[in-house]
Design a protein around this ligand. Structure first.
Ligand code: GDG
Length: 758
């Protein structure tokens, strides 16, 4: 579900920036005031000098002004020259004409005319500073009057201000430098102090608490201040947790025999018991939490897909490290320098370690070998697999990278490693070769084809050898296990034991078992219920014009294995055969685009859009459409609401390892209503026999089944849903994880497992 996350600076740095910023600002203001004060004093000094000079000169100027121009200029010439910072003086007649001026003043005499005119007009002293080609100059223009009060002329004193300006600049630089130094010093001191006294102890305490929560509480509580003040409380907390946990473990062992529902808490206790101090690692291509940049902000997204939906609750329950490809464009900025971060970000329960791959590596390994090669190879959906040597090279290298990071995370510790899916077929062998003591499990989430289909892969032997590094290889169905054993038997040197379902190759025995995956209860997913759910359903009906129509829902990644064209065609055929349902029935198809990097997937999306348009054009009215094809990523709450809004859920995969949507639909129907139409080619069809099972290739039967679902009596709906819910509730995701871990960590010579126990 998308949420917004903002990158947070460490507390110590924030505190340092705040304190140093405030103090720096205050010091900056004080320094600025001081510079201004000193500048004012310099200007006052300039005034004083100008007045003294003006007074000294006034009598000789008055006398000179009595004379004709030539004599007057001669009388004044020697006394108008300047010496720094005085540039010189100038004398003007009452009509504003320049009578005489010092040599340096003459250069900008024209600039003085305005000031002189003002002094003559206002008959008073005018002080001004003006900018000239030589820089800023200070001017005092004094009006001179005869004893009878008649204006006689103007005496102008001109001084150089550049020295004052230079002093201002140098004071600013000096003060700025010291303010900067003090601010930086303060920042360093506060950050270091806050880190030592606050951040580090808090981090240690959090780490200790996380270990305690995860059951790994061998370390004593941290004793440095301020955590020391909580030492007693922490000790007591640890004691009571240990007591509760050991009671839980005992209870978990006891209930393992009794068939009670598996819960997150029960799995947590069970995991701790089975791991016996070993670390738990999960390796998968897809990460459970992905960060993306949107409008300058980082956004957290949970990628759609069965594997993540299945494993996130398991890791939340057990803690550990999940190693996955960091595919989000803001992934690097939200992880530490090793690519690690605690997840879920709002309630950390385990560590996500991101693996960085270049675009080229991702293209070859993920889009190329895995999705263009292995995916169509394993799904019988009439799509030709593409195998390229360059893609294989990338696949090999990516597997090596994942394995190396897993080994780095494990260090020298004992660990249980759960490798997930067809992207990482080589990782089990790479791990085992490096650390034979590791316990390695592999779960293959998609079907395993028969040997004839598999043999077309040029690297079939390498893939089998890679997988057979695992101690346990899991599939959803016994049929997939049989196909795998058959393939190994025919394609590599291996000893098979069909009674124990084991393969021995290169002195290593791998067990092969079915573990049909389940789903997490909706109650744990914080989706609305009661009146809030009803309101959300009303809103959806309103938004998509679904009032007064009967709704079927389909929820799928856009993938050619999911049988979406077959589903659309079945809807069209149904409306042809049962025209009374026109205007009365709508299929809402929620489809999240996937693997759009591959042309086949883009073409498929276009094909679906045009097929939906064609069918809609054929049947639609002004107020109704038979198919609402909603393309985009939906949040969990919307998916849940649609599962409750719809009367029917249609799953029409052409081939599917399990299909979680079918089970999620059943789990969502706490009202015991709703009908599931399920393809016989899904793993789920083996378990949910109370669904209406269809062959998606048979359009007539498919159309009939839609009609049957819409007209099924409510008693029958209730009866079927009750049966399916019982199965889905019992065989939930926690039971799947417990079964797998139990078999993986059990003595290989023993045949018992929780599967039998539960
Ligand atoms: C592989 C195997 C096997 C769908 N759209 C959105 C969304 N989803 C969720 C569904 C469901 C999951 O994605 C899809 O699971 P499936 O099992 O149907 O399909 P695959 O992705 O092909 O999974 C499959 C599975 O692994 C597990 O082993 O069952 O056979 O192919 O949970 O609800 N989730 C969100 N937005 C969407 O738009 N959040």
């Amino acid at each position: 579900m998308p949420t917004n996350t903002q990158y947070r600076l460490p507390n110590s740095l924030r505190m340092g920036l705040l304190v140093a910023g405030l103090v720096g600002l205050l010091m900056g203001v004080l320094a600025w005031l001081q510079v201004e004060r000193e500048r004012a004093a310099d200007l006052e000094e300039m005034d004083r000098r100008a007045y003294v000079l003006s007074h000294q000169m006034v009598y000789s100027v008055q006398a000179a002004l009595q004379l004709p121009d030539r004599e007057a200029a001669a009388a004044l010439s020697s006394s108008l020259e300047g010496y720094p910072p005085l540039i010189g003086l100038a004398v003007y007649r009452p009509d504003g004409r320049l009578l005489a001026a010092g040599k340096d003043v003459q250069e900008f005499a024209a600039d003085l005319n305005k000031v002189v005119a003002r002094a003559l007009k206002e008959q008073k002293d005018i002080i001004e500073s003006i900018r000239t080609d030589q820089g800023r100059v200070y001017i005092l223009a004094s009006a001179i009057r005869a004893p009878d009060g008649q204006p006689q002329g103007v005496l102008v004193v001109v001084q150089d201000m550049s020295q004052v300006d230079k002093l201002v600049v140098s004071r600013r630089v000096r003060f700025g430098f010291w303010v900067g130094v003090v601010t930086l010093l303060l920042l360093t001191l506060v950050v270091a102090g806050a880190w030592l006294l606050y951040d580090r102890p808090l981090k240690r305490m959090m780490e200790w608490m996380r270990q305690l929560r995860g059951g790994d509480d061998a370390e004593p509580p941290p004793l440095e201040p301020p955590a020391a003040r909580l030492a007693n409380e922490n000790g007591r907390l640890a004691d009571s947790l240990r007591t509760a946990r050991s009671a839980q473990r005992a209870q978990a062992r006891a209930v393992a025999q009794t068939g009670q529902i598996w819960t997150r808490e029960r799995l947590h206790a069970y995991m701790i018991d089975r791991l016996r101090g070993r670390r738990l690692l999960v390796l998968s291509n897809r990460e459970p939490y992905l960060h993306e940049l949107q409008d300058g902000k980082t956004r957290l997204r949970t990628p759609a897909g069965g594997l993540v939906t299945a494993l996130d609750p398991v890791l939340r329950a057990s803690g550990g490290v999940w190693i996955a490809h960091g595919a989000g464009n803001a992934d690097r900025m939200t992880a530490d320098e090793r690519g690690r971060l605690a997840v879920p970000p709002d309630d950390p329960a385990y560590t996500l370690r991101r693996v960085w791959l270049s675009r080229e590596e991702e293209h070859g390994y993920y889009h190329g070998f895995a999705n263009e090669g292995l995916w169509p190879l394993c799904h019988l959906a009439h799509e030709r697999p593409v195998f390229r040597a360059s893609n294989w090279e990338h696949y090999l290298r990516a597997n090596q990278r994942f394995a190396a990071i897993a080994l780095e995370e494990v260090g020298a510790d004992p660990a249980v490693v759960l490798v997930q899916d067809y992207h990482l077929a080589l990782a089990p062998r790479l791990l085992k070769d490096a650390r034979p003591d590791l316990t390695v499990g592999m779960f293959w989430h998609i079907p395993w084809p028969n040997p004839e289909a598999f043999r077309i892969c040029p690297w079939r032997a390498e893939l089998l050898r890679g997988l057979l590094g695992a101690d346990l290889i899991g599939f959803h169905l016994q049929q997939h296990c049989n196909n795998f054993l058959d393939t190994a038997d025919r394609m590599i040197e291996a000893r098979l034991d069909w009674n124990r379902f084991t393969v021995e190759s290169h002195d290593h025995v791998s067990r092969v078992r079915p573990f049909p995956i389940g789903v997490q209860p909706w109650s744990e997913r914080r989706t609305p219920s009661g009146i809030h759910l009803a309101r959300q359903i009303d809103e959806l009906r309103d938004r998509y014009s679904l009032d007064h129509v009967r709704v079927a829902v389909g929820i799928d990644r856009i993938d050619y294995t999911k049988g979406l064209p077959e589903r659309f065609r079945a809807v069209a055929r149904f409306l042809e055969r049962y025209p009374r349902y026109r205007g009365q029935f709508t299929l809402v198809q929620l489809s999240t685009p996937s693997r759009t990097y591959l042309r086949r997937y883009r073409d498929h999306l276009n094909e679906l859009e045009s097929l939906a348009d064609t069918i809609n054009w054929r049947f639609q009215t002004a107020a109704w459409k038979p198919i609402r094809f909603l393309v985009g990523d939906q949040d969990t709450a919307t998916i849940h609401a649609f599962m409750r809004l719809a009367e029917i859920n249609i799953v029409s995969s052409l081939h599917d390892g399990m299909n979680l949507v079918a089970k999620e639909f059943v789990a969502a129907r706490s009202d015991l209503d709703g009908v599931l139409i399920l393809s016989e080619f899904t793993g789920a069809a083996r378990e949910l026999s109370d669904a209406l099972i269809v062959n998606p290739y048979d359009v007539e039967q498919f159309a009939e089944t839609i009609q049957r679902a819409l007209e099924m009596p409510s008693d029958e709906r209730r009866e079927r849903m009750t049966q399916m819910r019982r199965h889905v509730e019992e065989h939930n995701i926690y039971r799947w994880a417990a079964d797998f871990l139990d078999t993986l960590t059990a003595d290989p010579t023993s045949t018992s497992s929780t599967q039998e126990a539960t």
